[in-house]
Design a protein around this ligand. Structure first.
Ligand code: ATR
Length: 284
């Protein structure tokens, strides 16, 4: 059996995943003897592939689309943040052959916003677009960061309402309508100032689409953040800039930060993310 500790990312259609490169850079910088691979598995094969990986001595997996809910079900124990997010993006082998499920996505977003982008979340008015799995995963960490208000806005408004209700015990989260026909959504922002931060957690960017966004949402202070990332700026980023946002960024920093948080769980050491982010951004 291989004596080097083995890790991997598991997803479906993830041939272009940047996680192996990120973790290789982390391992080198922190002098950890480990290898990190890529497991492409369709949903029907997820459980079998994961069980085999750990049975053969694998130490940890990052889990990505579309397996995060399946990973929650598969894990034997969960961290509180994974439980609250309703999804697992990190699996680790624990004592007695048990599997621990964690979720580092929300922490990755908050760290990218506050540390890398120097954005003050405490007291900020935040608009969250989307009410699916990605949105669910970032609500608790944003509330814990001390935002003044978190407004959830979704194409199908009823999903936004349900999500807001579910997290209302943690802080000031409410649903706002996606259209401009009512003034209800403006309750949390100063006139014409827009939101301090808009997070696009819809999957619209993946198809080159723009989610419905209330026109009043953007002001000159607004930081527009797309959880999606790719080679080129997303439609949402273009839209935000043309609407007058101060900054529009994509989720590459979140990817690196959530990876660092997983690395910390697995190896007990937090890698420095700045050089890795710089390496990913520099043209190859
Ligand atoms: P994920 O796990 O990536 O969050 P999901 O759970 O399927 O995926 O959720 C996708 C989210 O993106 C939903 O909030 C969805 O809106 P609906 O709930 O109204 O379906 C949103 N979404 C996807 N495409 C969209 C589009 N073109 N415009 C607006 N919202 C979109």
């Amino acid at each position: 059996m291989n004596s080097i500790d083995r890790y991997a990312v598991i997803g479906s259609g993830i041939g272009h995943s940047r996680s192996p490169q990120i973790h290789a850079l982390f391992a080198k910088a922190t002098r950890q003897a480990m290898e990190y691979g890529l497991l492409d598995a369709p949903p029907v094969a997820f459980q079998t592939v994961v069980r085999k990986f750990f049975r053969e001595g694998g130490r940890g997996l990052n889990v990505t689309v579309p397996h995060k809910q399946a990973a929650l079900r598969l894990a034997d124990t969960h961290t509180p943040r994974a439980q609250r997010a309703g999804a697992v993006n990190t699996l680790a082998s624990a004592a007695n052959g048990k599997l621990l499920g964690d979720n580092t996505d929300g922490a990755g977003l908050v760290r990218d916003l506050t540390v890398n982008l120097d954005c003050t979340l405490r007291g900020a008015r935040v608009l969250l677009l989307g009410a699916g799995g990605a949105a669910r995963g970032v609500i608790a960490p944003l509330l814990e960061a001390g935002v003044a208000s978190l407004s959830v806005c979704n194409r199908h408004g009823v999903r936004a309402k349900k999500l807001a209700q579910e997290f209302a015990d943690l802080g000031p989260v409410t649903a706002v309508p996606a259209d401009d026909s009512t003034a209800a959504g403006r309750a949390h922002i100063r006139d014409d100032a827009g939101y301090d931060v808009i997070v696009n957690a819809t999957s619209a960017s993946l198809r080159g689409e723009l989610p419905q966004i209330p026109a009043y949402a953007v002001g000159t202070q607004t930081l527009a953040y797309d959880l999606a990332y790719g080679e080129r700026d997303t439609v949402f980023m273009h839209w935000a800039r043309s609407a007058g946002a101060a900054r529009a960024v994509m989720g590459l920093g979140m990817l690196v930060e959530q990876a660092a948080e997983s690395f910390l769980l697995w190896r007990g050491v937090r890698p420095d993310t700045a050089p890795v982010l710089a390496a990913l951004r520099s043209p190859t």
